[in-house]
Design a protein around this ligand. Structure first.
Ligand code: NDP
Length: 286
């Protein structure tokens, strides 16, 4: 007799609002199809007040895991069973893994960024980093770079309380020194910076011409410039940096690498990163 068929799909998802333009499903499904895995990735609009019901539903239906985006990355924490170190220090979860009914919160945004840096041959160990912004992405990236051994992290942000809090977290919970600098108009980048990370939403669709208000002549060719914005590879910030001879790294690598990490955590299989990257590039017409 032939082997019994299994028509049951393993479910993964992204919960958020807004969520319609989140491209992670394209990347994950390209990976599932390439490995012929009976997995699905559903991009689901979940309002703030419905998150507890959505998480309970995912538990009840045995989802393998799910991603969280705006506005759920912090709100999801009390609904989970445990957190990884990075998620605990960052105070935000973008990925949940369901292992035999136990939900673990992880933050793969920062790890995805770190991987994209290492892939370009840049190791943050002992480096001085300047981060523009102190929101969710800035927190995830700065905590991961600090845990990877960066020696000093400057946080440049408009909102003082948010910037101070992040630099304090870095000082108290990692081995790095954190320093807050208030974002004044045309601010210069600290001259001992090795890596500068644009981690605000400036340049994000629909305002793709937006550019951070900094002194671009303070960018030096020996620095590396990175942007977390992923809707185009050549953001205005990266173009200015490139003009001044800096090596540049765009946000696509961070996006694909965090998706590849989720893939491994949910399926236990090595992610077909090249195929997943190609799917994203095709989607963005690159
Ligand atoms: P948040 O809303 O949490 O934070 C936004 C940050 O940007 C705040 O620090 C805010 O400063 C700052 N900011 C916004 N506008 C300006 C401005 N005009 N001038 C100076 N600072 C400004 O957003 P997220 O951190 O979640 O997202 C930020 C970006 O990261 C988005 O573009 C998102 O798409 C991207 N991202 C990319 C990922 C990837 O895989 N590539 C993954 C996750 C996010 P203030 O505190 O002063 O208000």
């Amino acid at each position: 007799m032939s082997e019994a068929k299994n028509y049951r799909a393993e479910l993964t998802a992204c919960f958020g609002n807004p969520v319609d333009e989140n491209p992670t499903g394209i990347i994950e499904e390209a990976g599932y199809n390439a490995l012929d895995l009976n997995y699905r990735y559903l991009t689901i609009k979940v309002d703030k007040e419905d998150l507890p019901a959505a998480v309970a539903g995912a538990r009840a239906m045995g989802f393998r895991g799910f991603n969280l985006t705006i506005p759920h990355k912090i709100a999801v924490i009390p609904l989970l069973d445990e957190l990884t170190v990075a998620a605990r220090i960052t105070g935000a979860v973008n990925t949940v893994i369901n292992k035999d009914g136990k939900l673990t919160g992880e933050n793969t945004d920062g790890k995805g960024f770190l991987t994209s840096l290492l892939q370009k041959g840049i190791d943050p160990k002992g480096k001085k980093i300047t981060i523009l912004g102190a929101g969710g992405a800035a927190r995830a990236v700065s905590v991961e770079l600090a845990l990877a051994g960066a020696s000093h992290i400057y946080i440049i942000n408009r909102n003082e309380a948010r910037g101070e809090e992040l630099s304090r977290t870095i000082c108290e919970k990692t081995g790095s020194a954190g320093e807050y600098i208030r974002w004044e108009k045309g601010i210069g980048i600290p001259e001992d910076t090795d890596i500068i990370v644009q981690a605000t939403n400036i340049g994000l669709y629909p305002d793709v011409t937006g550019k951070p208000d900094i002194c671009y002549d303070s960018l030096k060719p020996e620095m590396t410039a990175c942007d977390v914005v992923f809707n185009r590879p050549d953001t205005p910030f990266l173009k200015e940096a490139e003009k001044r001879g800096l090596m540049t790294i765009n946000g696509l690598g961070m996006l694909v690498n965090q998706a590849a990490m989720n893939f491994r955590l949910w399926t236990g299989c090595e992610a077909p990163v090249d195929i997943m990257t190609e799917a994203l590039e095709t989607e963005f017409g690159l």
